[in-house]
Design a protein around this ligand. Structure first.
Ligand SMILES: [Ca+2]
Length: 408
Protein backbone atom coordinates (compact mmCIF):
# COMPACT_ATOMS: atom_id res chain seq x y z
CA UNK A 1 0.00 0.00 0.00
CA UNK A 2 1.07 3.50 -0.72
CA UNK A 3 0.83 6.30 1.77
CA UNK A 4 -1.46 8.91 0.39
CA UNK A 5 -0.28 12.40 1.06
CA UNK A 6 -3.32 13.96 2.54
CA UNK A 7 -4.24 17.57 2.49
CA UNK A 8 -2.89 17.48 -1.00
CA UNK A 9 -4.18 20.98 -1.71
CA UNK A 10 -1.61 22.38 0.65
CA UNK A 11 1.05 19.88 -0.12
CA UNK A 12 0.99 19.90 -3.89
CA UNK A 13 2.64 23.30 -3.89
CA UNK A 14 5.13 22.09 -1.37
CA UNK A 15 5.90 19.00 -3.41
CA UNK A 16 6.41 21.07 -6.51
CA UNK A 17 8.78 23.31 -4.62
CA UNK A 18 10.54 20.32 -3.20
CA UNK A 19 10.87 18.70 -6.60
CA UNK A 20 12.36 21.78 -8.19
CA UNK A 21 14.56 22.48 -5.20
CA UNK A 22 15.77 18.90 -5.09
CA UNK A 23 17.32 19.08 -8.53
CA UNK A 24 21.04 18.89 -7.94
CA UNK A 25 20.51 18.01 -4.29
CA UNK A 26 21.23 21.52 -3.12
CA UNK A 27 19.21 21.57 0.08
CA UNK A 28 22.14 21.71 2.41
CA UNK A 29 23.52 24.66 0.47
CA UNK A 30 20.12 26.31 0.39
CA UNK A 31 19.85 26.22 4.16
CA UNK A 32 20.76 29.62 5.45
CA UNK A 33 22.23 28.40 8.72
CA UNK A 34 23.73 25.19 10.05
CA UNK A 35 20.97 23.18 11.71
CA UNK A 36 22.06 23.74 15.33
CA UNK A 37 22.20 27.50 14.83
CA UNK A 38 18.86 27.44 13.04
CA UNK A 39 17.32 25.59 16.00
CA UNK A 40 18.53 28.35 18.32
CA UNK A 41 17.29 31.08 15.99
CA UNK A 42 13.90 29.43 15.56
CA UNK A 43 13.26 29.50 19.30
CA UNK A 44 11.95 33.07 19.14
CA UNK A 45 9.33 32.00 16.63
CA UNK A 46 8.19 29.29 19.02
CA UNK A 47 8.07 31.70 21.95
CA UNK A 48 5.93 34.08 19.91
CA UNK A 49 3.53 31.19 19.39
CA UNK A 50 3.28 30.61 23.15
CA UNK A 51 5.54 27.57 23.24
CA UNK A 52 7.48 27.33 26.49
CA UNK A 53 11.25 26.94 26.53
CA UNK A 54 10.74 23.63 28.32
CA UNK A 55 8.66 22.29 25.44
CA UNK A 56 11.02 23.76 22.88
CA UNK A 57 14.02 22.10 24.48
CA UNK A 58 12.14 18.84 24.78
CA UNK A 59 11.10 18.84 21.12
CA UNK A 60 14.12 20.43 19.47
CA UNK A 61 16.89 19.81 21.99
CA UNK A 62 18.47 16.63 20.66
CA UNK A 63 16.77 16.47 17.32
CA UNK A 64 18.49 15.36 14.14
CA UNK A 65 16.85 16.69 10.98
CA UNK A 66 15.49 13.88 8.84
CA UNK A 67 17.10 14.99 5.62
CA UNK A 68 15.98 11.83 3.84
CA UNK A 69 12.69 13.63 3.23
CA UNK A 70 14.37 15.71 0.52
CA UNK A 71 14.88 12.68 -1.65
CA UNK A 72 11.52 11.08 -0.98
CA UNK A 73 9.68 13.24 -3.44
CA UNK A 74 11.65 11.51 -6.15
CA UNK A 75 9.48 8.47 -5.40
CA UNK A 76 6.37 10.50 -6.04
CA UNK A 77 5.51 9.63 -9.62
CA UNK A 78 5.70 5.89 -8.80
CA UNK A 79 3.86 4.35 -11.73
CA UNK A 80 1.48 6.11 -14.02
CA UNK A 81 -1.95 4.72 -13.38
CA UNK A 82 -5.02 4.77 -15.58
CA UNK A 83 -8.16 5.85 -13.73
CA UNK A 84 -9.52 2.28 -13.73
CA UNK A 85 -6.23 1.00 -12.31
CA UNK A 86 -6.30 3.68 -9.61
CA UNK A 87 -9.86 2.69 -8.67
CA UNK A 88 -9.26 -1.07 -8.83
CA UNK A 89 -6.21 -0.72 -6.60
CA UNK A 90 -7.88 1.50 -3.99
CA UNK A 91 -11.35 -0.01 -4.00
CA UNK A 92 -9.79 -3.45 -3.80
CA UNK A 93 -11.26 -6.74 -2.68
CA UNK A 94 -9.08 -6.45 0.42
CA UNK A 95 -10.32 -2.96 1.30
CA UNK A 96 -13.97 -3.90 0.76
CA UNK A 97 -13.66 -7.08 2.81
CA UNK A 98 -11.75 -5.50 5.68
CA UNK A 99 -13.93 -2.38 5.52
CA UNK A 100 -17.03 -4.51 5.93
CA UNK A 101 -15.52 -6.00 9.09
CA UNK A 102 -14.46 -2.59 10.40
CA UNK A 103 -17.95 -1.28 9.68
CA UNK A 104 -19.42 -3.78 12.13
CA UNK A 105 -17.02 -2.80 14.92
CA UNK A 106 -17.03 0.92 14.28
CA UNK A 107 -20.68 1.52 13.41
CA UNK A 108 -21.79 2.64 16.90
CA UNK A 109 -18.96 5.21 16.86
CA UNK A 110 -19.67 6.21 13.25
CA UNK A 111 -23.37 6.68 14.09
CA UNK A 112 -22.45 8.99 16.94
CA UNK A 113 -20.10 10.89 14.64
CA UNK A 114 -22.90 11.17 12.09
CA UNK A 115 -25.29 12.39 14.77
CA UNK A 116 -22.87 15.17 15.71
CA UNK A 117 -21.39 16.17 12.34
CA UNK A 118 -23.84 14.79 9.79
CA UNK A 119 -21.35 12.78 7.73
CA UNK A 120 -22.50 9.43 6.31
CA UNK A 121 -20.74 6.56 8.16
CA UNK A 122 -19.90 4.92 4.83
CA UNK A 123 -18.22 8.04 3.48
CA UNK A 124 -16.16 8.01 6.69
CA UNK A 125 -15.29 4.34 6.17
CA UNK A 126 -14.27 5.05 2.57
CA UNK A 127 -12.03 7.90 3.68
CA UNK A 128 -10.53 5.91 6.55
CA UNK A 129 -9.88 2.99 4.21
CA UNK A 130 -8.26 5.20 1.61
CA UNK A 131 -6.07 7.11 4.04
CA UNK A 132 -4.65 4.30 6.17
CA UNK A 133 -6.51 1.04 5.41
CA UNK A 134 -8.67 1.65 8.51
CA UNK A 135 -5.75 2.52 10.74
CA UNK A 136 -3.60 -0.39 9.67
CA UNK A 137 -0.94 1.87 8.20
CA UNK A 138 -0.62 3.78 11.47
CA UNK A 139 0.79 0.74 13.20
CA UNK A 140 3.04 -0.23 10.30
CA UNK A 141 6.45 1.31 11.02
CA UNK A 142 7.61 0.58 7.49
CA UNK A 143 5.49 3.44 6.18
CA UNK A 144 5.82 5.78 9.12
CA UNK A 145 8.59 7.97 10.46
CA UNK A 146 8.98 10.48 13.31
CA UNK A 147 7.21 13.60 12.11
CA UNK A 148 9.12 16.28 13.98
CA UNK A 149 12.59 15.50 12.55
CA UNK A 150 10.95 15.46 9.11
CA UNK A 151 9.18 18.78 9.61
CA UNK A 152 12.32 20.28 11.14
CA UNK A 153 14.34 19.26 8.10
CA UNK A 154 11.75 20.81 5.80
CA UNK A 155 11.43 23.99 7.87
CA UNK A 156 15.20 24.36 8.02
CA UNK A 157 16.26 23.34 4.54
CA UNK A 158 13.34 23.66 2.15
CA UNK A 159 13.78 27.09 0.59
CA UNK A 160 10.60 27.80 -1.31
CA UNK A 161 7.83 26.62 1.00
CA UNK A 162 9.72 27.30 4.18
CA UNK A 163 6.95 29.30 5.85
CA UNK A 164 4.48 26.43 5.42
CA UNK A 165 6.83 23.87 6.97
CA UNK A 166 7.81 26.30 9.73
CA UNK A 167 4.15 26.78 10.58
CA UNK A 168 3.51 23.04 10.70
CA UNK A 169 6.57 22.50 12.89
CA UNK A 170 5.27 25.17 15.27
CA UNK A 171 1.82 23.54 15.21
CA UNK A 172 3.45 20.23 16.15
CA UNK A 173 5.12 21.96 19.11
CA UNK A 174 1.80 23.43 20.23
CA UNK A 175 0.37 19.90 20.23
CA UNK A 176 3.20 18.85 22.56
CA UNK A 177 2.74 21.98 24.68
CA UNK A 178 -0.92 21.07 25.16
CA UNK A 179 0.05 17.63 26.35
CA UNK A 180 -1.79 15.84 23.57
CA UNK A 181 1.23 13.86 22.41
CA UNK A 182 4.80 12.99 23.20
CA UNK A 183 7.19 14.00 20.39
CA UNK A 184 8.48 10.45 19.98
CA UNK A 185 4.94 9.17 19.44
CA UNK A 186 4.25 11.61 16.63
CA UNK A 187 4.88 9.42 13.64
CA UNK A 188 3.48 9.81 10.17
CA UNK A 189 4.26 10.36 6.53
CA UNK A 190 7.45 12.15 5.56
CA UNK A 191 5.35 15.30 5.04
CA UNK A 192 3.93 15.12 8.55
CA UNK A 193 0.48 13.56 8.06
CA UNK A 194 -0.47 11.55 11.13
CA UNK A 195 -2.86 8.96 12.41
CA UNK A 196 -5.93 7.15 11.17
CA UNK A 197 -6.93 9.87 8.72
CA UNK A 198 -3.51 11.46 8.14
CA UNK A 199 -3.82 14.81 9.83
CA UNK A 200 -1.23 17.48 9.33
CA UNK A 201 -0.48 19.25 12.65
CA UNK A 202 -2.69 22.18 11.63
CA UNK A 203 -5.66 19.85 11.14
CA UNK A 204 -4.98 18.15 14.46
CA UNK A 205 -4.89 21.52 16.24
CA UNK A 206 -7.85 23.17 14.57
CA UNK A 207 -10.19 20.38 13.51
CA UNK A 208 -9.36 17.74 16.13
CA UNK A 209 -12.02 16.64 18.59
CA UNK A 210 -11.65 14.85 21.94
CA UNK A 211 -14.50 12.56 21.03
CA UNK A 212 -13.65 9.82 23.50
CA UNK A 213 -13.39 12.35 26.32
CA UNK A 214 -10.00 11.29 27.67
CA UNK A 215 -8.86 14.88 27.97
CA UNK A 216 -6.63 15.04 24.90
CA UNK A 217 -7.05 14.93 21.16
CA UNK A 218 -5.25 12.13 19.38
CA UNK A 219 -5.27 10.90 15.78
CA UNK A 220 -3.78 7.59 16.97
CA UNK A 221 -5.05 4.69 19.03
CA UNK A 222 -8.81 4.46 19.34
CA UNK A 223 -10.23 5.98 16.16
CA UNK A 224 -12.81 8.13 17.98
CA UNK A 225 -10.94 11.45 17.88
CA UNK A 226 -9.61 10.88 14.35
CA UNK A 227 -12.98 10.05 12.83
CA UNK A 228 -14.87 12.77 14.69
CA UNK A 229 -12.27 15.41 13.83
CA UNK A 230 -12.26 14.35 10.21
CA UNK A 231 -16.05 14.50 10.08
CA UNK A 232 -15.83 17.98 11.59
CA UNK A 233 -13.31 18.87 8.87
CA UNK A 234 -15.70 17.71 6.14
CA UNK A 235 -18.59 19.58 7.77
CA UNK A 236 -16.74 22.84 8.43
CA UNK A 237 -14.24 23.07 5.59
CA UNK A 238 -16.08 20.96 3.02
CA UNK A 239 -19.58 22.19 3.99
CA UNK A 240 -20.76 18.58 3.99
CA UNK A 241 -24.55 18.46 4.08
CA UNK A 242 -26.28 16.03 6.41
CA UNK A 243 -28.59 13.57 4.71
CA UNK A 244 -27.37 14.22 1.19
CA UNK A 245 -25.48 11.84 -1.06
CA UNK A 246 -22.33 12.24 -3.13
CA UNK A 247 -23.86 11.40 -6.49
CA UNK A 248 -24.68 8.53 -8.82
CA UNK A 249 -23.30 6.58 -11.70
CA UNK A 250 -25.57 7.49 -14.60
CA UNK A 251 -26.28 6.67 -18.22
CA UNK A 252 -25.95 9.71 -20.43
CA UNK A 253 -28.37 9.83 -23.37
CA UNK A 254 -27.30 10.96 -26.84
CA UNK A 255 -27.31 14.74 -27.05
CA UNK A 256 -26.32 15.27 -23.41
CA UNK A 257 -22.64 15.76 -22.70
CA UNK A 258 -20.60 15.88 -19.54
CA UNK A 259 -19.59 19.27 -18.26
CA UNK A 260 -22.20 21.93 -18.62
CA UNK A 261 -22.65 23.00 -15.03
CA UNK A 262 -25.06 22.30 -12.20
CA UNK A 263 -28.71 21.40 -12.62
CA UNK A 264 -31.23 19.78 -10.35
CA UNK A 265 -31.31 16.00 -10.52
CA UNK A 266 -34.93 16.32 -11.66
CA UNK A 267 -33.79 18.48 -14.55
CA UNK A 268 -31.13 15.95 -15.56
CA UNK A 269 -33.80 13.26 -15.32
CA UNK A 270 -36.08 15.21 -17.67
CA UNK A 271 -33.19 15.27 -20.16
CA UNK A 272 -33.03 11.51 -20.12
CA UNK A 273 -30.20 10.96 -17.61
CA UNK A 274 -30.84 7.76 -15.63
CA UNK A 275 -29.08 5.90 -12.85
CA UNK A 276 -26.88 3.20 -14.32
CA UNK A 277 -28.26 0.58 -11.92
CA UNK A 278 -31.85 1.34 -12.98
CA UNK A 279 -32.95 2.57 -9.57
CA UNK A 280 -34.69 5.95 -9.14
CA UNK A 281 -32.73 9.01 -7.99
CA UNK A 282 -33.15 9.31 -4.22
CA UNK A 283 -33.02 13.07 -3.87
CA UNK A 284 -34.26 14.77 -7.08
CA UNK A 285 -34.01 18.30 -5.72
CA UNK A 286 -30.23 18.14 -5.17
CA UNK A 287 -28.06 19.90 -7.71
CA UNK A 288 -25.52 17.90 -9.66
CA UNK A 289 -23.05 18.07 -12.51
CA UNK A 290 -22.03 15.40 -14.98
CA UNK A 291 -18.49 14.07 -14.99
CA UNK A 292 -16.97 11.48 -17.26
CA UNK A 293 -13.44 10.75 -16.03
CA UNK A 294 -12.38 9.08 -19.28
CA UNK A 295 -14.06 9.36 -22.71
CA UNK A 296 -16.10 6.24 -23.35
CA UNK A 297 -16.11 5.27 -19.67
CA UNK A 298 -18.62 5.57 -16.82
CA UNK A 299 -20.44 8.86 -16.26
CA UNK A 300 -21.21 10.26 -12.83
CA UNK A 301 -23.72 12.82 -11.65
CA UNK A 302 -21.91 14.51 -8.78
CA UNK A 303 -23.70 16.39 -6.03
CA UNK A 304 -22.51 18.76 -3.33
CA UNK A 305 -21.07 16.21 -0.91
CA UNK A 306 -18.67 14.92 -3.56
CA UNK A 307 -17.03 18.33 -3.38
CA UNK A 308 -17.15 18.15 0.42
CA UNK A 309 -15.00 15.01 0.23
CA UNK A 310 -12.68 16.84 -2.15
CA UNK A 311 -11.97 19.36 0.61
CA UNK A 312 -9.87 16.56 2.15
CA UNK A 313 -7.93 15.94 -1.03
CA UNK A 314 -8.90 17.84 -4.17
CA UNK A 315 -8.37 15.05 -6.70
CA UNK A 316 -11.63 13.91 -8.35
CA UNK A 317 -10.35 10.34 -8.53
CA UNK A 318 -9.57 10.39 -4.79
CA UNK A 319 -13.08 11.54 -3.94
CA UNK A 320 -14.60 8.98 -6.31
CA UNK A 321 -12.57 6.21 -4.69
CA UNK A 322 -13.64 7.33 -1.18
CA UNK A 323 -17.31 7.49 -2.11
CA UNK A 324 -17.28 4.27 -4.13
CA UNK A 325 -15.39 2.33 -1.45
CA UNK A 326 -18.01 3.53 1.04
CA UNK A 327 -20.81 2.36 -1.24
CA UNK A 328 -19.18 -1.04 -1.73
CA UNK A 329 -18.86 -1.48 2.04
CA UNK A 330 -22.53 -0.47 2.29
CA UNK A 331 -23.24 -3.44 0.02
CA UNK A 332 -23.76 -1.74 -3.32
CA UNK A 333 -22.32 -3.14 -6.54
CA UNK A 334 -19.42 -2.06 -8.71
CA UNK A 335 -19.79 0.40 -11.55
CA UNK A 336 -22.14 -0.74 -14.30
CA UNK A 337 -20.18 0.84 -17.16
CA UNK A 338 -16.63 -0.24 -17.86
CA UNK A 339 -13.66 2.04 -18.38
CA UNK A 340 -12.12 1.62 -21.85
CA UNK A 341 -9.41 -1.03 -21.80
CA UNK A 342 -10.13 -1.92 -18.19
CA UNK A 343 -9.99 -5.23 -16.37
CA UNK A 344 -12.23 -6.20 -13.50
CA UNK A 345 -10.47 -5.79 -10.14
CA UNK A 346 -8.55 -8.90 -9.15
CA UNK A 347 -9.90 -10.83 -6.17
CA UNK A 348 -7.90 -11.05 -2.98
CA UNK A 349 -6.99 -14.65 -3.87
CA UNK A 350 -5.80 -13.55 -7.31
CA UNK A 351 -3.56 -10.83 -5.88
CA UNK A 352 -2.12 -13.37 -3.45
CA UNK A 353 -1.48 -15.72 -6.36
CA UNK A 354 0.31 -12.93 -8.25
CA UNK A 355 2.47 -12.32 -5.18
CA UNK A 356 3.20 -16.04 -4.63
CA UNK A 357 4.16 -16.59 -8.26
CA UNK A 358 6.36 -13.48 -8.34
CA UNK A 359 8.05 -14.56 -5.11
CA UNK A 360 8.67 -18.03 -6.54
CA UNK A 361 10.31 -16.40 -9.56
CA UNK A 362 12.60 -14.39 -7.31
CA UNK A 363 10.80 -11.02 -7.38
CA UNK A 364 10.43 -9.54 -3.91
CA UNK A 365 6.79 -8.65 -3.10
CA UNK A 366 7.46 -8.42 0.65
CA UNK A 367 4.82 -10.96 1.54
CA UNK A 368 1.76 -12.52 -0.03
CA UNK A 369 -1.00 -10.88 1.96
CA UNK A 370 -3.02 -9.85 -1.09
CA UNK A 371 -2.39 -6.16 -0.60
CA UNK A 372 -0.59 -4.23 -3.28
CA UNK A 373 2.08 -1.86 -2.03
CA UNK A 374 5.24 -0.42 -3.49
CA UNK A 375 7.15 -3.70 -3.24
CA UNK A 376 4.54 -5.64 -5.17
CA UNK A 377 4.29 -2.92 -7.81
CA UNK A 378 8.04 -2.86 -8.21
CA UNK A 379 8.15 -6.66 -8.47
CA UNK A 380 5.42 -6.63 -11.12
CA UNK A 381 7.20 -3.86 -13.01
CA UNK A 382 10.44 -5.83 -13.01
CA UNK A 383 8.63 -8.98 -14.13
CA UNK A 384 6.86 -7.05 -16.91
CA UNK A 385 10.18 -5.75 -18.17
CA UNK A 386 11.69 -9.22 -18.10
CA UNK A 387 8.66 -10.72 -19.82
CA UNK A 388 8.54 -7.96 -22.43
CA UNK A 389 5.09 -6.79 -21.40
CA UNK A 390 4.09 -3.22 -22.25
CA UNK A 391 3.37 -0.96 -20.62
CA UNK A 392 5.40 -2.05 -17.60
CA UNK A 393 2.97 -0.27 -15.32
CA UNK A 394 3.42 -2.29 -12.13
CA UNK A 395 -0.31 -2.96 -12.06
CA UNK A 396 -1.43 -6.12 -10.24
CA UNK A 397 -4.14 -7.28 -12.59
CA UNK A 398 -5.45 -10.13 -14.67
CA UNK A 399 -3.02 -9.70 -17.59
CA UNK A 400 -0.01 -10.05 -15.32
CA UNK A 401 -1.61 -13.03 -13.58
CA UNK A 402 -2.22 -14.75 -16.92
CA UNK A 403 1.38 -14.20 -17.95
CA UNK A 404 2.65 -15.45 -14.62
CA UNK A 405 0.58 -18.61 -14.94
CA UNK A 406 1.99 -19.16 -18.41
CA UNK A 407 5.53 -18.54 -17.18
CA UNK A 408 5.75 -20.67 -14.08
CA1 LIG B 1 -9.31 11.83 23.11
Amino acid sequence: MTTTFSRRAVLSGALAALASGACGGSFAQAAHLPFAQWVQAFRSRARAKGISDTTYNRVMGAIKPDTSVYALDKDQPEFREEVWQYLNRRVSDWRITVGTERAKEAMPLLKRVEHTYGVDPYVMLGLWGMETAYGDLVTNPKHMRPVIPALAALAWGEPRRRSYWEQELLNAMVIVERGWADPKDMIGSWAGAMGHTQWMPEVWLNMGVDFDGDGRISPYGKPDDALAGTAQYLAKRGKYRRGEGWGYEVLMPAGVSSGGGMRSIASWHSRGVRRANGKPFSRPSELGRLWQPVPGGPVFLLTHNFDAVKSYNPANTYALAVCHLGDRIRGEGGFVQAFPGSERPPTLAEVQEIQRRLTALGFNTDGTDGRVGKDTMKAIHDFQIKAGMTPADGYAGLKVLARLRATS
